[in-house]
Write a protein of this length. Structure first.
Length: 348
């Protein structure tokens, strides 16, 4: 009897011109790739030796690796690569139970596979988190730390509002709320139920998690599932993490993450019962300049303070600026001056 029937876990990795980093990516995965695991590397639109290096590394490390070498037309990219990799897994692995995905410039944590499978016994979709490669994090030192502090404070407030009021989003309370393609997982049934990754240039990760929530599936944002991402400033996908980091280092008044809606619009959607599922998707023309975030932070904090006051009537004193009325809703009590956790990237 072939052990092929026992392969129930596929790891999909899109790769475009990743000859420099694919070896480290596979080396981090190798100790976790037992007889249950197949890695599918989707090399796309590439003119370097990514495929050759990956095959050599897999042979040396003992990884069951399938390499697809494809060329996608303009307008497609990482979303199409993830989708194709998943399609091959569904076709070739009859006993497939879970699909995981990461990126070729990432190094997964030592128990990433095991922890992901563990969570997928209870949840339909899993979102890990992204930390920075410590050997490269120094390149980000020049960025203005207060802008990042404001963005993270506003992000926590937005997550708190979605957790309390958006459909199928209660699990967001006190979670990291990220939905990065660098660390996602799905049961086979959940992946098929939402129609898979959209074949789009970027944003396919947030789109599939949004679709999962809209379908009523159980989504979990796990703190114990994480990857280290590169801090490179020249990326492979337009609008991806590298572009974001480069813009933030430029000193320009950059725009906040496009999952963070304008506070006024957000509250208006809430009043109208039109609040969709997380992650939000804000058109670029409506994204908030980071320098303007303090006003949006104040607006959402005011909303939460009024909500708590209505629920538990109590006079507010002149010392209410410490946000004690939010004690029952801790995610909204984060102050804009709180330090940013070292090595954490809040880019969903």
């Amino acid at each position: 009897m072939s052990f092929e029937r026992w392969k129930d876990t596929a790891i999909i990795i899109p790769a475009r011109n990743e000859a420099e980093r694919i070896g480290a990516c596979l080396t981090a995965l190798a100790p976790q790739c037992n007889d249950r695991v197949r890695v599918i590397l989707v090399v796309n639109n590439t003119d370097d030796d990514t495929a050759k290096i990956a095959k050599a590394a897999a042979g040396r490390l003992g990884i069951d690796l399938t390499v697809l070498d494809l060329t996608f037309p303009p307008g497609m990219g990482v979303g199409a690569a993830r989708r194709k990799g998943c399609a091959v897994a569904l076709e070739q692995m009859p006993h497939l139970r879970q699909i995981l995905t990461t990126d070729a410039d990432c190094r997964v944590s030592a128990d990433w596979v095991a922890r992901s499978i563990h969570h997928l016994q209870r949840f339909d979709a899993l979102c890990g988190r992204v930390t920075l490669n410590p050997e490269e994090a120094a390149t980000l030192a020049p960025q203005d730390p207060m802008l990042e502090v404001h963005e993270m404070a506003y992000r926590r407030l937005v997550l708190a509002l979605y957790a309390r009021h958006a459909p199928n989003c209660a699990d967001l309370q006190d979670s990291h709320g990220e939905a990065p393609g660098a660390s996602l997982g799905f049961t086979r049934e959940a992946y098929e139920a939402v129609g898979g990754f959209a074949p789009i240039p970027c944003g396919e990760d947030r789109a599939i998690i949004r679709a999962a929530r809209a379908a009523g599936l159980r989504v979990h944002h796990a703190d114990d599932v994480w990857v280290e991402a590169s801090c490179r400033l020249v990326g492979r996908a337009a609008g991806g993490m590298a572009d974001t980091l480069r813009i933030r280092l430029s000193g320009a008044n950059y725009l906040a993450d496009d999952c963070l809606p304008d506070a006024g619009r957000l509250l208006d959607q809430l009043r109208r019962g039109a609040l969709g599922c997380w992650p939000a998707q804000v058109p670029q023309a409506e994204c908030i300049p980071v320098a303007e975030l303090p006003a949006h932070i104040a607006l959402l904090r005011g909303f939460f303070n009024r909500s708590v006051t209505r629920e538990t009537p109590a006079p507010l004193t002149s010392g209410s600026a410490d946000l004690r009325p939010c004690e029952n809703f801790p995610a909204c009590g984060a102050k804009a001056s709180e330090p940013v956790p070292s090595g954490v990237v809040e880019l969903s």
